[in-house]
Design a protein around this ligand. Structure first.
Ligand code: C5P
Length: 223
């Protein structure tokens, strides 16, 4: 089978990462977590004392960190200037600041270029997950999936993931999540949006296994 490019977009808490990784592993494809790249650049800004609400300062510094993403679905990696960033990019501080950083056009231009070159280099195909993959990064993807779920289901899943790491109740998680979606959907440059030719999958009533099965079937139909 030829190299297949799969774009999976949607807000957080829809099972996007778990689904994308599992689909890539099952089908022998590479995997790219684009949210991790925006988190990595945000983490670098924070560590280097850049005010993440100052769009001009963020734009000026955007090209400085070297972000490298590994694409093995069994163990995706991300480094910033050679340092493993996979832990620090998941903190609540990074999560609360990433939308401001990712809204800066210079940041998006750099990260989008990086994503396109990774996808082009992926022999055998790749699953790329994010917010603007089907609309902007890879508009010619072979398959575009847009995952949705009710805010309640998404908040419950997110607080399940956070449990043990950072205590967060469902109500606070839901509020933070809705705020981040509004910022990601409302920004000027490539907002979170469903591509016209994307297949929408509402995951509210589905188990993770059912979502994976559904997307695997959709990919197989395209091959
Ligand atoms: O998917 P994840 O929650 O890790 O994404 C973190 C943030 O990165 C999003 O809230 C959004 O601001 C940004 N993002 C983006 N475009 C993408 C992927 C993520 O703007 N393709």
């Amino acid at each position: 089978p030829s190299a297949v490019i799969v774009a999976i977009d949607g807000p957080s808490g829809t099972g996007k990462s778990s689904t994308s990784k599992a689909v890539a592993a099952k089908l022998g494809l590479r995997y790219l977590d684009t949210g991790a790249q925006y988190r990595a650049i945000t983490w670098w800004m924070i560590t280097n004392g850049i005010d993440t609400d100052d769009a001009d300062a963020v734009a000026l510094a955007a090209g400085k960190p070297a972000i490298v993403s590994g694409t093995d679905p069994a163990g995706p990696t991300i480094t910033v200037d050679g340092v493993d960033a996979s832990g620090p990019i998941r903190t609540r501080e990074v999560t609360s600041k990433v939308s401001a950083v990712s809204a800066v056009p210079e940041v998006r231009a750099l990260i989008t270029d990086l994503q396109r070159s990774i996808a082009a280099a992926a022999e055998g195909g790749i699953v790329v997950e994010g917010r603007d993959i089907g609309t902007t990064v890879l508009p010619d993807a072979d398959l575009k999936v847009f995952l949705t779920a009710s805010p309640e289901a998404r908040a419950a899943r997110r607080s399940g993931e956070l449990r043990g790491k950072e205590a967060a109740d469902v109500a606070a998680t839901k509020e933070a999540l809705i705020k981040r979606d509004a910022a990601d959907s409302g920004r000027k440059t490539s907002p979170l949006a469903k591509a016209a030719d994307a297949v929408e999958v509402d995951t509210t009533e589905l188990t993770l296994e059912q979502v994976i099965e559904c997307v695997v079937t959709l990919v197989e139909e395209k091959r």
